[in-house]
Each structure stands twice: as C-alpha cells, then as structure tokens.
Design a protein around this ligand. Structure first.
Ligand SMILES: *Cc1c(COP(=O)(O)O)cnc(C)c1O
Length: 940
C-alpha cells in the first residue's frame, strides 16, 4: 500500500502493530480471527460492490464536481429556513474545529465544561427570547420539536380529549411531522384556519405559528386564553429572530415554545443539521424531553455544569420514556448560542430590524407597482397575490437567481433575512414586473405586539463582541474540554473513530451549505446524485434493498423503521399486530421508539452469558403470537458479542408473522463481514455518526438512515414538504434530513473502498480483543462469544472490585481523566461496568497507553484494598485532580500531590487538566438551574 491510500490513514495500527496485536490475541491473521469470532450462519463471504477507493485528492475533486451540480440561489423561500451570515470566527473555530466537532456527549461533565457552558448560553438565549422558564439543549429540528411539544402537552394536559388543534398557517413540514407522530398514538390532529374557524369544544393542545408561514404576525392572546379555558396547553412555534422585536410567547401565556435556531448563523444545508429548540413554562421542566444542562457544584463547592435530571434519559426509562431523543444537535446549538454571544441583544435587534425593514420595503414596492400584498402585520415574509401568475413570477425570479415560495397558483411568498440586499429586492420587483422602489417605508409592528421586555442581559452576551474577544472565548471553552483531538474516547456503543479532515471539508462549501431544502430540483442535482450514491452504497453494505437518509438521528431511524413495520402489517390487514419484543439488554431508545410507534413493549430476558434467552423468546412468542409485530435486536448485541442464535431468532419471529428489526448502530463490527439484510432482518437503522465518520459534535448532529428489504420499501419516509403524501410518514422536517453532513460518510466510503472498509472492521474487532486480552487479568471481561472472543467492544466488570474495595465505576472513570483519557461508556448496558470500544482508528501506542492506565488504576485499587490508602481518601475517590487542588497551600490527603496530578506514565508536559473537580449531580437536580448563573456565583 502506498501512503496515498486513505485507508492507511484512517486505520491506526500498521502491519507491525497488527502482528503484535494478533500475537497477544492468539491468531495468525485478521481473517483467522474473524472466522473464529463471527458465527458462520451470518457470515457473508462476497466482495463488496463499491467503486475502487479514491485518494483524498480524488475524493475532493469528485465532491467539487458534485457540488458544481448544485446551484446556489438567493433564498427567499422562508418556511423556517433562512439565509444567514455565519460569523467567520464561529465557522472556523467551532464548525471547522475538531476541538468542538469531535467531542462526545457531555456525560463526563468534568471534561466537558466548555461545551456545557456553550449549551447553557444556548438555553439562556432560548428562555430569554421565548419568555419561558426552561429550555433544553436542542432538538433535532423544528418539526420534531413541535411533535415533542404535542406529546408533552398531552402528558401535561388535564383534558381527556384526543384532539390536537394545529393552526393552518403552521409550516407545512411541521404539520406533516406532527401528523405522522400523532397517528400511531391515537391523537386526532385538526388543522384549522383560526382566522375564520372556531376552536372545537374540547382539545388537549393547540399549536400556533408565530409569525405564520404566510408571514402574518397575529395576536394569539385570545386563542391562548380560550385554550386554557378547556385545560389545553398551547405551543407557540416561534421565530427567535422575530422575537427580538415581538412579544414573547411566554408573555402571552404560552406553555411551550418550539422552533429552530437555524437563522442564528447555521447554514441551511439543504435541510439540516440545525438545532431545534423546545422551551416550557415553569412547572413543566421535569417533563421536558431531551438533554438539559444545569448548574451544580464540584467537590470544592465551586459552580460547575452537568446534564441535569439524567434519570429522564431513555437509557434509564426505556419503555416508560416519553421521547426517544438521544443524539440531538449540540454542535449547531453551540453555533447558534455563540451567534447570540457575538451579536448580543443590540446586534440581534439590529439584524431583526434590518430584516423587517427589507420586507417592508419589498411590500411597499410591490404595492406601489399595483401588486396586492396581504394586509396583515408581518415581520420578514410577505405574501403577494398575482392571480393565475404565481408560477410565472416564481420562474422569473429564479431566472434572476432568486428562489421564492410558490404558495399556490395565485400567491407568492417572499421572505427576507439577514443576507437580503437592495439588489435582491430589485430582482424580486423585476420578477413581479413592478419598478424598483425608492419611496418611504412604514415598518412599525403593531404596538400591542412590540417587545418591551429585555433579553440576553447576562454579561456573556455583551462581553465578546470584538473578534479578538470571541476568538479567545471559543478557545478558552475548547481548552476546558477533552475531545478526540486530545486522545482516545473508548466509548462502547458510540464508535468514536477518526473524523477525517478531508471528510469534513465539503460541509462548509457554499454549494452544500447554502441550499434551501425546498429549492427547485434542478438546483439540487449534485445533492441528489450524492445522496443516491450514498444510499446505494449503504444498501450494498447492509444487504437491504432501499435506504432513506431522512431520519436525523439513530432514534429517528428506529421510529421510521418501526413505522414501516406498522404500515406493512396494516396494509396486509394485520393492523392488530402491536407487540414489539425487545431484549433486556437493548439500548433505551429502542423501547421508547416502539412506544412512539404505537407498539406494546414486551421484554425478552437475557441468559447468563448475556445472549437473548431463546427459551424465554419462545415463551414470549407463544404468548403474543397473534399480536406479534416485531422484534428489535441489536447486532452484535449491546454486550459487544456476536450472538450465535441470531439466525434462529429471526426465523422464530418470522414464523410467528413478526418482522425483525436489527438495530445497526453497531455496524462497525459487521461491515464487509455480515449483512443484516441477508442474515434474516427486515429493517435496520444505521448511525452515520458512529460507523460512518460523522463527528459526534458533543451530542449531535447525527444521521440515522433506515434501510429495508423490498417489502417494506413502500413505507419508507416520505417528503414532508409541500404535497406531503400521507401514506408515508414524515420523520423529520426535511426530505433528506441532515443533508448538509452527508458528504462526510460519502467521502469515507469513497476513500475506503470495499477492501478498506472490510479491513477497518477487522482491525476494530482486533483492537477490542487486544484490549480484552491485555486487561482480562486485571478486570474480568463480562461477556464473550465464540472462542472467548468479543466483537468490536468489551465490557470490563468492576462489580467484584467495587464490592470488595468500595472503589466504584465512577471512581475509575474519573481517575482515567487524571491519566489523560475520556472514560469508556459507564454502566451501560450493565450497571457497575465499563464498556470499551477502541475502534480501528487508534494506533497501538494509544491502545497501550490506555491499557497501561487501566492496569495502573488496578494497582491503585489494590492499594486501597490493602489498606495502604483509606477508602474515602485516595487518588481514585478524589479524582479528577485539578491544577488548583494539587497546587493548593494545603494538602491534607493520604498520598503525595504528584500521585494525584501525575500518575504513572502521564506525560507531564502534555498533561490535560480538568477545570473542575468531581461534580455533585444530585445537588444540581435538587436545585435546578438551567440558565447562565450570575458571575457572582463564580466568586470564591
Ligand atoms: C447510539 C445508539 C442508538 C441511538 O442513536 P442516536 O443517534 O443517539 O439516537 C440506538 N441504538 C444503539 C445500539 C446505539 O448505540
């Protein structure tokens, strides 16, 4: 192989490393190892039908060509997606900065203070602008945020009515997503034109758009009051930029606000990714889905951030979970929050005022030219009547490089934004056939709706307005955090592998970044070609017949797959099948998704070896035979084992008339060696943000394509845009979901080729078995399959040590920080254990550094056991150690400072120092604070 082969860059271990690793594991070659590890019943022996691998330079050239097939037009379509200027300092230092984009979800808060602070800024921005008490740290998009608001309203409302009323002037894609989510739950959605139609007598919730899709800014106060009168909750889907000028939803009594933060500096990306938001009034915060950042304190009593109320996580709540959201949109939330930090309240108000002024000028010009413009208050969007001529006007504008919204045959929508210029207005006027306009413009919003309350008053929103200050703030926060750019993140089930720079580069190219999801098809040919190829390659890797990239996280892929199963049974007149079997070891999103798909979850036990208990499976199938809809299994199992019973399991479920869903988040152990679509499964989702190199972003973005065999193809997600076909569910708001990051997996597959991908799988499995072999004598490896081998991850069982010494899995995880590592996955899927997934990207030196740290930690545990260090005061119990702690004037501990600060093998010059000591999560949950604390809180 030459150095030009990308695979040799992506895969960490070289030939010498590989030999040594194989020796430690006891196999002569990777082929031998894989033959022994993977059960023959699922093994696929063909050659992947993918194009020969491209070099990095070739892949970039091909992507340039694809990008060239997209046309970047001026977008004035609106409908929740707007042009925006991403401040260059944020683009380069967040979106293009691995310190931010390669970070993991902040479950280890001590090494995540930077992104937690950034998310707290985001939450503060949302609560301030919406006038509500608590906002979460992002949703997947506006459509899914609105759907989650609906289910929240249902849980919280005292009304028994199944009716959910949706304003006819809501965004069409939001209505589609709401309808798709409502149907399986038995919620009856009623779309009403509330300007003319009355509210029904009973309903549990009301969804209002503010401003409406047509641009109208309505006073919703009376509707809110009427809804509250029948014990319904009100969601206002609000545009945050408009809210800098308009009365906040919370100020007119809304219970919930939902929407997107896209226009706060996040490119449209042909539909995503962007951070949706969800905020609630006080009293509802404990029902809020998604992740919530809160303030707590560390072991020294200093304020510190961490995820609040973590017991709400689906991992823990499973079928009692009320939402399946797991991966969200952290990176984009960080960007949107920083946009607010950079502009501050006055800057945002100025951007909004200018946008409003442009829309006012546009309308005045149209009116002066004799075009009828809807006589309503508006913020940025104008709807013009041109009877019979709408298509003609839209085409004329497109010819001038401007996209408008075709509302219907008689009406055109035009939406202004931060990027709108005088030249754009002139192009629009010309398209309407009216002269350019220079007259005076009256642009006041109705006084009753004008915003009078302050927002973004926290000092963070007025301290970083120069580029120098912003640059340093971003650097300061990034330096707090541990991401893949510092070292290994061996997180079982999360596959934290290389996110290559070449894969990332196209994401910020204008031809991919600045495309509206509803842009005319002829402008998006490059995207469609790229997506078509990617879907084809994913089908080849998985053995399925069709793939949809619409779901924008694994959880959404699960829902899409289960809805396909539901659609299939109903089509065959077997709509009564509603039982979903789920093994007890499953990822929590599985059960939550099944409930959202209208299914009943029945848990199947695991046996002592961690495998699905086939005897219990038989019993559950017998009991539920006629109602059996599906089984949902993860393969390899969440225990990291290739279960041999999988083919039998599939056959048993099929015999009973059920469908088999294989959770494909662990595909890194299968690519090139086994295809779920060929070994008996009907449908899977994949996590492109795990196996296929989309970076984790600190907790998103993700892409969770759903892949199906031919019989389920008719039930794949449909286009949620205008003309939504209600026989296919709308899973996310845009047809191709988070299209803007699809160049990443495309580039990965294009550069690896079939042989490279197969080798990556082999090395990933080798690395996991190498770690298991090296650590087995120090920590028992909980489960193994054939010949004592694991798949791509291994579970280290700490429970016996905890029992005998009191040293907990937490202590080990935090002590790893002192050694310069991110902890493995903690207590999932088995409490009291650590799950290690090294991936193929870590070289042998890094694997050895990790093993050495774990072995040294074991020796430290032994000292506690031997009584050399007291149980409550030792380097494990006090971990992690901050610089402030070990350089303090007092040192009351039973071990030297140097042992705390620089344990065995740590490079003193390259030491990573966590900014805070261990955080007390429970304290923060008792004293819930989810917006920026005052600076005084940090005074010591
Ligand atoms: C990560 C994961 C999921 C959920 O994916 P998200 O993108 O976080 O929604 C589901 N199942 C398994 C096994 C996973 O590891």
């Amino acid at each position: 192989m030459t150095t030009e082969q990308f695979a040799t860059r992506h895969i960490g271990p070289g030939p010498d490393d590989e030999r040594r690793m194989l020796e430690a594991v006891g196999y002569g070659s990777i082929d031998e190892l894989m033959d022994a590890a993977i059960p023959e019943v699922i093994r696929w022996h063909g050659t992947l039908d993918l194009p020969d691998p491209a070099t990095e330079a070739e892949a970039i050239a091909e992507l340039r060509a694809l990008a060239g097939h997209n046309t970047v037009a001026v977008s004035m379509i609106g409908l929740g997606y707007h042009g925006t200027h991403t401040p260059a300092v944020i683009r380069r230092n967040v979106l293009e900065n691995p310190a931010w984009y390669t970070a993991y979800t902040p479950y280890q808060p001590e090494i995540s203070q930077g992104r937690l602070e950034a998310l707290l800024n985001f939450q503060t921005m949302v609560t301030d602008l919406t006038g509500l008490a608590t906002a979460n740290a992002s949703m997947l998009d506006e459509g899914t945020a609105a759907a989650e608001a609906m289910t929240l309203a249902r849980r919280a409302s005292k009304s028994k009515s199944p009716v959910y009323v949706v304003d006819a002037d809501a965004l069409p894609q939001t209505v589609a997503v709401i309808a798709s989510r409502a149907e399986p739950l038995g919620i009856e959605v009623r779309v009403l034109d509330l300007d003319v139609e009355d509210l029904p007598g009973e309903f549990f919730g009301l969804h209002l758009q503010y401003p409406g899709a047509c641009g109208a800014v309505r006073d919703h106060a009376a509707l809110v009051e009427a809804a509250h009168g029948v014990r319904a909750l009100v969601t206002v889907a609000a545009d945050l930029l408009a809210l800098t000028l308009l009365r906040a939803p919370g100020e007119i009594g809304a219970d919930i606000a939902a929407g997107t933060t896209q226009r706060f500096g996040v490119p449209m990306g042909f539909g995503g990714p962007h951070a949706g938001y969800l905020a609630v009034r006080s009293g509802l915060e404990r029902m809020l889905p998604g992740r919530l950042v809160g303030v707590s304190r560390d072991a020294d009593g200093n304020p510190a951030y961490r995820l609040a109320l973590q017991t709400r996580e689906q991992h823990i709540r499973r079928e009692k979970a009320t939402s399946n959201i797991c991966t969200a949109q952290v990176l984009l939330a960080v960007m949107a929050g920083m946009y607010a930090v950079y502009h501050g309240p006055d800057g945002l108000r100025a951007i909004a005022a200018r946008t409003h002024e442009m829309a006012g000028r546009l309308a005045a010009g149209l009116r002066a030219g004799g075009v009828q413009v809807a006589d309503v208050a508006f913020f940025d969007t104008v709807t013009a009547s041109v009877p019979g001529r709408a298509a003609e006007v839209v085409a004329a504008a497109a010819e001038r490089g401007v996209n408008l919204r075709l509302v219907d045959a008689d009406r055109v929508g035009v939406s202004c934004d931060e990027t709108t210029t005088r030249a754009h207005l002139e192009a629009v006027w010309a398209a309407f056939g009216v002269p350019a306009f220079d007259g005076a413009v009256d642009v006041a919003l109705p006084p009753a709706l004008a915003r009078t309350s302050e927002f973004l008053t926290h000092p963070v929103f007025s301290s970083h307005h120069s580029e120098t200050a912003m640059l340093r703030y971003l650097r300061r926060l990034a330096d707090f955090d541990y991401a893949l750019d510092r070292g290994m993140i061996p997180l079982g089930s999360c596959t934290m592998k290389l996110n290559a720079t070449t894969e990332m580069e196209p994401v910020t190219w204008a031809e991919f970044a600045h495309v509206h999801p509803f842009a005319p098809a002829e402008q998006t040919a490059g995207y469609r070609e790229l997506i078509g190829q990617l879907e084809g390659w994913l089908a080849e890797l998985t053995g399925y017949d069709a793939v949809s990239v619409q779901p924008n996280a694994g959880s959404q892929g699960e829902l899409a797959g289960l809805l396909a199963i539901r659609g299939y049974h109903r089509e065959r007149g077997e709509g009564h099948r509603d039982v979903c079997l789920i093994p007890s070891s499953a990822h929590g999103t599985n059960a939550a998704s099944a409930v959202m798909a209208g299914m009943r979850v029945v848990v199947v036990a695991c046996d002592d070896d961690g495998n699905v208990d086939l005897v219990d499976l038989d019993a559950k199938i017998d009991k539920h035979r006629d109602a059996l809809a599906a089984i949902m299994v993860t393969y390899p199992s969440t225990h990291g084992v290739y279960e041999t019973g999988i083919a039998q399991l599939c056959a048993k479920v099929h015999d009973a008339g059920g469908q088999v869903y294989v959770d494909g988040a662990n595909l890194n152990a299968l690519v090139g060696f086994a295809k779920p679509g060929k070994f008996g499964a009907d449908v899977s989702h994949l996590n492109l943000h795990k196996t296929f190199c989309i970076p984790h972003g600190g907790g998103g973005p993700g892409v969770g394509p759903v892949a199906v065999r031919a019989h389920l193809q008719p039930f794949l997600p449909g286009d949620p845009g205008a003309g939504h076909d209600s026989t296919r569910p709308a899973i996310s708001a845009a047809r191709y979901g988070s299209a803007g990051i699809l160049p990443i997996p495309w580039a990965y597959l294009r550069m690896m080729g079939g042989a490279g991908l197969t080798r990556a799988t082999g090395v990933a499995v080798l690395a996991a078995n190498y770690v298991a072999a090296r650590l087995r004598d120090h920590f028992p490896v909980l489960y193994a399959g054939n010949k004592g081998l694991v798949a791509h991850e291994c579970i280290l069982d700490l429970r016996p040590l905890t029992k005998s010494t009191g040293v907990s899995v937490d202590d080990v995880a935090k002590r790893l920080i002192d050694y310069g590592f991110h902890a493995p996955t903690m207590s999932f899927p088995v409490a009291g254990t650590l799950m290690v997934e090294p991936t193929e990207s870590e070289d042998l030196a890094e694997l050895d550094r990790f093993c050495a740290a774990m072995i040294a930690i074991r020796a430290e545990i032994d000292k506690v056991a031997a009584g050399e260090w007291p149980v409550g005061d030792n380097p494990l119990a006090n971990a992690p150690h901050t610089a402030a702690m070990v350089s303090g004037d007092e040192w009351p501990h039973a071990y030297p400072r140097s042992v705390g600060a620089y344990p065995d093998g740590v490079d003193r010059a390259g030491k990573y120092w966590p900014p805070v000591r261990r955080i007390d999560g429970a304290y923060g949950d008792r004293n819930l604070v989810c917006s920026c604390p005052s600076p005084e809180a940090f005074e010591s």
